[in-house]
Design a protein around this ligand. Structure first.
Ligand SMILES: [Zn+2]
Length: 186
């Protein structure tokens, strides 16, 4: 089975909550434990603790806030989200590993800690190689899906043109019509 690595993992982690349906794969320690197993990070100590769940949920929130603030070009929001990421990252230990072909930053522990460490190390690599700008949060406010923009110019706004792009267009059209039919104020 191919497990998500690098940015695919970051996207899957960001999308472990669906604001539209209310689904939350990190809704309880058991749900997080299941999510970890499905994504290739089994926890040898069993079900994650409440503290581990809290750390994972907070990191996801900070990550989604950073993407949202960047999307909105909200400099204050970006600074706040990155300060939150900074304080959370201090609780996720990483070490250099030279066992593979190229040196990597890997987790010191397994389970939740390993998954979160891989998320952090993927973000660091992506910020350094310039691909981080391709990780986005959908412009359609009811959607909020995190996606990897693989388009040539990294110019995508919506997770899916067919769904969210069209939803947005339909609403703009409706708003324009409403404005057009409103009686003119003298
Ligand atoms: Zn969307």
């Amino acid at each position: 089975m191919e497990y998500p690595r690098d940015l695919d993992l970051v996207v899957a982690f960001g999308d472990s909550v669906d604001p539209e349906s209310g689904r939350d794969d990190l809704g309880s320690p058991a749900r997080l434990g299941h999510w970890l197993t499905v994504h290739g990070f089994p926890q040898s100590s069993g079900v994650p603790s409440a503290a581990e769940l809290d750390l994972a949920v907070q990191l996801r929130t900070a990550l989604r806030n950073e993407l949202q603030a960047r999307h909105d070009s909200d400099e204050t929001g970006i600074r706040r989200a990155r300060a939150h990421l900074e304080s959370l990252a201090a609780r996720i230990p990483l070490r250099a590993s030279f066992s593979g072909h190229t040196a990597q930053l890997v987790s010191v522990h397994d389970g939740v800690a390993e998954m979160l460490a891989n998320v952090l190390s993927a973000i660091v690599r992506a910020e350094q190689d310039g691909t981080w700008r391709r990780i986005k949060i959908c412009h359609e406010e009811t959607c909020g899906e995190v996606f990897h923009d693989r388009s040539k110019n990294a110019s995508k706004t919506w997770c899916s043109m067919n769904v969210c792009g069209n939803r947005n267009k339909t609403r703009s059209y409706r708003d324009r019509r409403r404005k057009d039919t409103r009686p003119a104020v003298e």
